[in-house]
Design a protein around this ligand. Sequence first.
Ligand code: PMP
Length: 378
Amino acid sequence: MEIYLDNAATTKPCREAVNAAVGCMTENYGNPSSLHSKGLKAQLVTDNVRKIIAKELACPPECVYFTSGATESNNTAILGTAAAHGKRRPKIVTTSVEHASVKAAMNELENRGFEVVRISPDKDGEISHEQIINAVDDRTCLVSMMLVNNETGYILPVRRAFYGIKKKFPQCITHCDAVQGFMKLPVKVNTINADLVSLSAHKIYGCKGVGGLYIRKGVHISGMLFGGGQEKGFRPGTENVPMIAAFGAAVKALSGTIQQRYDEMERLKKLFCQRLESIEGVVVNSGENCSPYIINISVPGIRSEIMLHYLESKEIFVSSGSACSKGAQSGVLTEFGLKPQFADSALRISLCPQNTLSELRVLAETIEEGMRRLVHTK
Ligand code: PMP
């Protein structure tokens, strides 16, 4: 029996999402821009999903734009803000633990002459909201900060940082990559004081290749694509109706149970960590201020990929770091203060509500078994 514990990389689409996608490929396959009734029906699908997502973010539906995923949302938010406001305000503040799609966009802007300030976690592995606020000045056009780190699950103090920034510099645009938080923690745009929010469907039981970008009314950023009038001309291209429909169905299926699921994941994480404590040599890197959906551990002495493949041979699927870096270290764990032998042996275990305590017990036993066998081959 397979045990899938790599839900931060991607999730298995839920039944509701699959049915919604299939419905838009077999019956409701019109182009939302067509003037006939098939087109209108497809447009009603995308309009409805916009409403479903807007309800969760507590924002007007017209502020939600569909994209090809969070990589595009993050790139658009960052490069689009820089293009619209960077001439007068060529400074950006971010953190050193962002996802590659933020990190690489920041590097690109730096190459184009922007000043990019990256705030690192302190010695306790915490990002200080005060340090973020203090880094912002009247030359800053953008602050970009993720909600939940995809490697450790650390929850960043986005609300406090953005609140402080908006009080001092209301014109500074605030962007949050909320991919690992959306539908797992409450993400309301006004509560977190975000002008721009990036979302991805495949982390929440939707499909790959579709995401969202929230843009606050009155906030102007440049679009990255040129074409027809879809998404009010901001993000042209025929809408990916089946995947958008699946995104909406997945969000709807999760709606109203954020707290209940969070509590259940927390219970699982606690019991799993207690079990891990009994294994000498295993260290849990995801501490107090972390999402219970992600548990990062280290097994010093056994390289991540070695243990990962051992677990895989027993049909248990976990990750080393983030899936996007294909096993290569992103440097994020060392930013969080992990010594090389801990970063080299890190495993990311990421949960979904279908995971059970008995699966986590099997994982712990298999890690223990792996430690006995692999230690000789390191
Ligand atoms: N941001 C974070 C925090 C992520 O975890 C991911 C996915 N690994 C992305 C952005 C990119 O999302 P997508 O796969 O939809 O491009």
